[in-house]
Design a protein around this ligand. Structure first.
Ligand code: UTP
Length: 226
């Protein structure tokens, strides 16, 4: 199968957790080794937010903050590429157009950010569209999409499925600043909608959640299209 996996910033700690990265790399390289084509996308995590905050305090505009965020996502992508061992492709692409030359069965392409004005969720959606991926797994630090922020609201309920229109209404209600694109930014959702990319949100705490979702298990939250 052809798949894209977005690894949320939760995997990329302030002090990188080498063991967690190694475990994730092993799970993903095993999946690729089973005859699958995989593109992975690294989020920015806490380091991106810390650098963006510092830049903003120093007077940077939002596009400059985004560019700084992109730099940090690429640093995370380099760590992930190393954690994948031999199956990771040698370079982190900087343009979407490079992708189709790099993907292949048994190899894993690793991406970070691409351009200002979006999050790495948009990168993952674009990568899924251009490679005609069968599936996009978006792994975050919670178990899927909830009715409210589960870290703030104990009554928040996990949704087993959610329409792209619902996600779009939430995304447009939120703010769009460097380092703070809501759950999914509008660019990501619009790409998912136009390409009708089968997408599932899962927790990245256990890498087997990701590989189970790729193998068709009904976990986390599935995105629906009308
Ligand atoms: P993300 O927002 O995607 O990482 O990128 P995150 O904050 O760790 O979020 P999750 O947990 O993965 O969902 C970090 C920042 O890098 C910039 C944005 O400022 C973003 O907030 N960025 C990233 C871009 O400007 N363009 C991109 O293509 C990707």
């Amino acid at each position: 199968m052809k798949a894209v996996v977005k690894l949320g910033g939760g995997l990329f700690k302030r002090d990188p957790d080498v063991e967690a990265l190694r475990t994730m790399g092993k799970a993903l390289s095993t999946f690729a080794g089973e005859g699958n084509q995989l593109v992975t996308v690294a989020g920015g995590g806490q380091n991106a937010r810390v650098y963006i905050d510092a830049a903003r305090k120093l007077g940077a505009d939002e596009s400059t903050c985004d560019l700084i965020g992109i730099g940090l996502t690429r640093a995370n992508a380099e760590l992930l590429r190393l954690a994948l061992g031999g199956v990771g492709v040698p370079n982190i692409p900087t343009h979407l157009s490079e992708l189709n030359h790099l993907v292949g069965v048994g190899k894993v392409v690793v991406l970070g950010g691409l351009q200002p004005g979006q999050s790495t969720n948009a990168v993952a959606a674009l990568a899924a569209e251009i490679t005609r991926a069968d599936f996009l797994v978006n792994a975050t630090d919670v178990s899927g999409v909830y009715t409210a922020d589960p870290k703030k609201d104990p009554k928040a309920k996990l949704l087993r499925s959610v329409s792209v229109e619902k996600l779009l209404s939430w995304a447009f209600a939120g703010d769009v600043y460097a380092g703070k694109y809501e759950l999914l930014d509008p660019v990501a959702l619009k790409i998912m909608q136009r390409a009708r990319i089968p997408t599932r949100f899962v927790s990245l705490e256990d890498p087997s959640n990701i590989t189970s979702a790729l193998r068709g298990r009904d976990i986390g939250t599935l995105v629906s299209y009308t």
